[in-house]
Write a protein that binds this ligand. Structure first.
Ligand SMILES: O=C(O)CCC(=O)C(=O)O
Length: 235
């Protein structure tokens, strides 16, 4: 199931610029501006501004998630059976210039809770059931983050620890140690570009130094079926 892209497998991320044309970016921005931006807790932090359940809230985003551009990336970097399993919209603004500490993405969204071996940390976020699946499932997932603004340190671009994705689920202490022992990288991405990453890559998000919009559509993909009749939320 691993992609045939050596750079992605080695570093756990890569950046593809100029994936979306100006018209597509404008269409998405227009659709997102019609959504009521609310406080969408991510990583248990109520100060992070964004919208969960994006696919169900926006037909334009739903259509985009099925578009050839998105499908081709997901197919290339994951598997031809890859499907979107979660979609979140994140923005930063001068009023909501939030930050997130170093972490791995360990949580998936599912349709309903079913006690299942290996699934822990069941929780409800924005009325959606979430759980932490076995690490094998996370290792086989892919995240695509489509940038609708130029993003760099000024507006709080994502930061990553390259090659930190292939060591499984890490404890808080292991993440701190990885941070001390390794270089970090700011993922500057231009408007229309896409950050391709593995969810287990250690990442963080600083507040912008010159805050302004930093709008990102974040899609997670899997090609796996979940066990025990558990169902992905967005498949
Ligand atoms: O968009 C960001 O800057 C942070 C997102 C994040 O940390 C996450 O999705 O886990």
């Amino acid at each position: 199931m691993h992609s045939s892209c050596p750079k992605l497998e080695k570093d756990g991320f890569l950046i593809r610029e100029n994936v979306l044309d100006e018209k597509t970016v404008l269409q998405l921005l227009e659709a997102l501006s019609n959504l009521k931006l609310h406080k969408a807790p991510s990583i248990e932090d109520e100060r992070i501004y964004g919208v969960r359940d994006l696919i169900n809230l926006s037909d334009v985003v739903k259509e985009f998630s099925q578009s050839p551009i998105v499908k081709e990336l997901a197919t290339n970097f994951l598997d031809k059976k890859a499907k979107v399993v979660r979609a979140i919209y994140f923005d930063k603004t001068p009023e909501a210039n939030w930050k997130v500490p170093w972490h791995q993405d360990l949580t998936i969204a599912v349709k309903e809770k079913r006690e299942t071996a290996g699934f822990t940390a069941w929780t409800q976020k924005a009325n959606i059931t979430h759980a932490q699946p076995p690490v094998k499932i996370l290792e086989r997932m892919l995240t695509l983050r489509f940038h609708l603004d130029d993003s760099d340190e000024n507006n709080g671009a994502l930061k990553v620890i390259p090659a930190s994705h292939n060591k499984g689920r890490l404890s808080a202490e292991e993440i701190i140690n990885a941070r001390k022992a390794n270089e970090t990288r700011v993922c500057s991405v231009k408007k229309g570009g896409c950050l391709v990453m593995r969810p287990l890559l250690i990442h963080s998000s600083s507040a912008g130094t010159k805050p302004k919009h930093r709008r990102v559509i974040h899609f997670e993909f899997s090609a796996d079926e979940l066990p025990n009749n558990l169902r992905w939320y967005d498949s």
